[in-house]
Ligand binder design. Sequence first.
Ligand code: BG6
Length: 481
Amino acid sequence: MTKLKEFPAGFFWGGATAANQCEGAWNVDGKGVSISDVMTSGSHKVPRRITLDIDESKYYYPSHESVDFYHRYKEDIALCAEMGFNIFRMSINWTRIFPNGNETEPNEKGLEFYDKVFAELKKYNMEPLVTIYHNENPLQLTHEFNGWADRKCMDYFLRFCEVLFTRYKDTVKYWIPFNEINCLTTKLGNWNHAGILNGKTEFFIAQIDDPNKRFAALHHQFVSSAKAVLMGKKINPDFQFGTMICHITVYPLTCNPDDIILTQEEDLLRNCFSGDVQVKGIYPYYIKRYFERNGISFEITDEDLEVIRKGVVDFYSFSYYMSNCISSDKESAQVSGNVMGGAKNPYLSASEWDWQIDPKGLRYTLNHVFDRYNVPIMVTENGLGARDTFEDGRIHDEYRIDYIRQHIEQMRLAIDDGVNLIGYTPWASIDLVSVSTGEMDKRYGFIYVDKDNEGNGTLDRYRKDSFHWYKKVIGSNGNEL
Ligand code: BG6
């Protein structure tokens, strides 16, 4: 028996956050309104609303205060340092820097906030891993031209990138231009991922879908990402850029060849397409056929394709929460409550929000993507959304420990398989607002925040049992699980 390979020296251990889900201070120091700021709270069964006119007397908007990282970042970063993080994933809220997205000059106060956050990370030798776009489109760009459906959005985004790359050229090395860019292959991506609103649909989950606009928006993000890579490397050739894919791994429900074909189609469209564009620099053959078969068309210029070819990313990153089964049988096709739908896998358990828990699927996925792209990989989100019980300042979250332990075990097996995995930033460093439901009670953090779904609580922070456990894991470089 050969000895199992260890996590490499210098492996990145940390956690992830996103500005709109943790910062709060939604209208402070010149910040403008983002598309997340007009989303009300909901629950597993009650969808979140989009209210273009904010009415705080009628609705609760969880992003407005969130967990107030804006004022508590020092305490939060110190706690992450205590766990031993050497990397910290965060996003920069576009509307702090360009409040409406269309200004020519950035908002200095917004930049100063991130100066301070980066200084704090540096104090503890934590590498920032910065997502440039994480559901923080300026709302004004929806009003003006329906967000990313229009090419104009690219120019504003690139102006934002230029400010960040110049200001943080010696501070930030790792950049992710777009979080979960592939979500635009489904109608769920319209609002959060592109600020697209067709008609007056109030519920973000039930939007009128126009695939022409949606895939055009995705294309505009591909081109913008590639242009950002090319611009960034001129400003600092050491910058490293990554794709970020919401990887919902799919299995055929049965060995019926119809299930196999459907599963392959689903995998190519949802999981592979965006990575193929961003890592390989090509529009793959299967997507051209998909567009033809579905009557989807939008403008792709020769210049766009040239930029995409040149502006490829350096690393592959993805979120991994669950897997799904695909079935050609209509009866079983949609029985699971997962975000992307799909059939229930009888071998797996699920979270209270019906996300199927599949640690071995992570090893499978790591091998799948490394074989496809052969570039360094980071798992930039993974975690369990669960209700925690707070007892005398203690939170015994052994279910979260179990979930993360099992996924780390599988990452180690994937490393042993030969996968070049370089980092792990589970979701989330700290409790924050859930994207899909707007709840606080769907908790992911190692750090508990005293706040409930209605916005009540002291916002005090507490170390969960998983905090102490993860500290031990990091301290032993993944050996003590
Ligand atoms: C990812 C997003 O899809 O999943 C995060 O990048 C999100 O922003 C996370 O919070 C978990 O999803 P949810 O809906 O439980 O918050």
